[in-house]
Each structure stands twice: as structure tokens, then as C-alpha cells.
Design a protein around this ligand. Structure first.
Ligand SMILES: [Zn+2]
Length: 304
């Protein structure tokens, strides 16, 4: 192994099961390509985490990595496929990228860090030399990753508010953590069903043995008539505040909490302006949770 290929392996933080077989430079295309070969004997089954033998290697794939100087850098490799006695033949995950991603974790982390500074996806895409869809997918994966490891154990006061969406009279409902000042969930409409969807988000999160989780109850199970709850909340344009850790769940309008909600409204309005509006609800939700959800959006494998 040459010094260059060994240095490349170390820079990518790869263990001995992966070897850099070639580093090629194209001055014309301003591109560096690093070819990786799997040398390990056994792999983990991606379905059941059992160590098993290798069935074969999948077709060659490429991942965009952080630039080397001003040169676009790509990783190239054939992913080993595990031969699991229980699950059959499965494509394993590679240590440098998430499943189905065309970018390395380091590249995604870089893109995620510059996104807030760029203001909108289009500007970030221009800076990263990518298309809009690629950057949006990275943001979507980041939100999904963050939601999976989100901690709601200390959640006490939540607020439910509405926000206009699209042109016309479309609305979304937003659930916020009033103590930690973060958006917890966004759903379409401002109906009773929408409120129940928001509740499902906090009622289904957390450890099942947690006393706090056990004590959480939705407004419908603690005697608050849902139609009244919805009408009161939305007709008066005030924030609904609920303490679901106390024995008696109550709902009240609170000036202090309305003020806190105004802070979210300003940020969400700014997100809408920077994106020049949203036509698709899921994009709107992703953008709000990415910017206001206080989620751990950087891949955990490289965030330490
Ligand atoms: Zn398996």
C-alpha cells in the first residue's frame, strides 16, 4: 500500500477492513476519486446485527465527499452483501455514509452546518454545487435522524398554535415545547384530528417505563371536550397551553406563553419568506423542524 492510499484511508477514519486501492486525480474535471475495497472477512447483517459471512459484493457505487482543496472528491466502492442464515442476502451499510445516501456523512454534516447560514435550500445548493432535491433530501434525513433520538423526558408545558400555509386559507397546527423553546411537531389543518395527531407525537415518545410518559394523557382522556378545545384555541387566535405532567391536565390562555409563541411565528415567517413560500406541506414541516426543532441533525457517527 502506498503512502498516499494509506493516508487517504486514515483521513476517512476507516478501519483495516477497508483499503484504499487507488486515488486518481483528474485536472481537467477538477476531481479526485478514491477507490475503496472491502478486505474484511465477515460483516454485520443490516437486519438483525448478526455477524455473518459475505455472499458477494454489490455493483459499484459513488459517494460525494468533502472537497480536497478546490477539487470535487468522490468515493467509489462495491458494498459487501451479507449472507445471513435468518435474513438471507442483504446489502450492508458502509461506515462513511447513511443508507441510500449519495453523500458521505462528513459531507452531509458540512452541508447541514452551512444550511442555516445560506437561508434557503437554493442558495445552499448553489454553494455546494448540488441540485435542490439533493440538499432537500439531506435536510429531510437530518430531521428524521434528529426526531429518532429526540429527548422528551423533561417535557412539561406545551403550546398548540396555528400558522397559515400556502396562499388562501390553508393552515397547519404546531406543537411547541414552551420550556425548551422548540417546535415538536407540525401537522396539516387546524381541526380536531390535527390536534390529536400532535398529541400522538408526545404521547408515543419516551421510555415506556418512565413515570412522566405514563402520566401523560391527551385532552380527550382527561375530560376536556375536544370541540370546545379546538374552537377556543383557534377562534380566539391564542395559544393553548397544557401542563401534562400535573395530575390534572388543564388548558389555559397565558399571556406569557402567547409571547413565547410569537417568537416561533417570527422565525417561521422568516423561513417562509426565505423559501418564497411553500406549496408542499411536507417541505414546510421539514424546514420548520430543521430550523426550530433543536434536533441533533449532525450524523452521530461524526458529531463527537
Ligand atoms: Zn440477519
Amino acid at each position: 500500500m502506498s503512502k498516499l492510499t494509506e493516508h487517504s484511508r486514515q483521513l476517512l477514519s476507516l478501519d483495516a477492513s477497508w483499503e484504499v486501492s487507488e486515488v486518481s486525480l483528474s485536472l481537467e474535471e477538477k476531481r479526485v476519486e478514491i477507490t475503496l475495497v472491502h478486505r474484511g472477512g465477515r460483516v454485520m447483517c443490516p437486519e438483525c446485527d448478526t455477524r455473518c459471512s459475505i455472499a458477494d459484493h454489490g455493483p459499484e457505487r459513488m459517494w460525494r465527499h468533502l472537497d480536497t482543496m478546490q477539487f470535487e472528491t468522490l468515493l467509489r466502492a462495491r458494498t459487501p452483501r451479507s449472507k445471513c442464515k435468518t435474513c438471507g442476502v442483504k446489502t450492508t451499510t458502509v461506515p462513511w455514509a447513511g443508507k441510500h445516501s449519495r453523500f458521505t456523512l462528513m459531507f452531509e454534516a458540512f452541508a447541514i452546518e452551512i444550511l442555516p447560514a445560506c437561508g434557503n435550500v437554493k442558495s445552499a445548493a448553489g454553494l455546494l454545487d448540488l441540485d435542490w432535491d439533493s440538499v432537500h433530501s439531506m435536510m429531510k434525513r437530518a430531521v428524521e435522524r434528529g426526531l429518532l433520538c429526540r429527548d422528551l423526558e423533561s417535557l412539561q408545558y406545551v403550546g398548540i398554535d396555528e400558522k397559515s400555509f400556502c396562499r388562501g386559507h390553508s393552515y397547519v397546527s404546531i406543537l411547541t415545547d414552551l420550556t425548551d423553546h422548540r417546535v415538536l411537531e407540525v401537522v396539516e389543518d387546524r381541526t380536531e384530528e390535527a390536534t390529536d395527531k400532535l398529541w400522538a407525537c408526545v404521547l408515543t415518545t419516551g421510555s415506556p417505563t418512565s413515570k412522566k410518559v405514563k402520566s401523560r394523557r391527551s385532552p380527550s382522556t382527561c375530560g376536556l371536550p375536544l370541540p370546545i378545545r379546538s374552537k377556543r384555541m383557534f377562534r380566539k387566535q391564542t395559544l393553548c397551553m397544557i401542563d401534562f405532567l400535573s395530575a390534572n391536565i388543564s388548558m389555559k390562555e397565558s399571556t406569557k406563553c402567547v409571547a413565547k409563541s410569537e417568537g416561533f411565528n417570527g422565525r417561521i415567517q422568516s423561513i417562509k419568506s426565505q423559501a418564497r413560500g411553500f406549496r408542499v406541506f411536507t417541505n414546510y414541516r421539514t424546514r420548520i423542524l430543521f430550523n426550530c426543532g433543536k434536533l441533533k441533525v449532525i450524523p452521530t457517527e461524526i458529531s463527537h
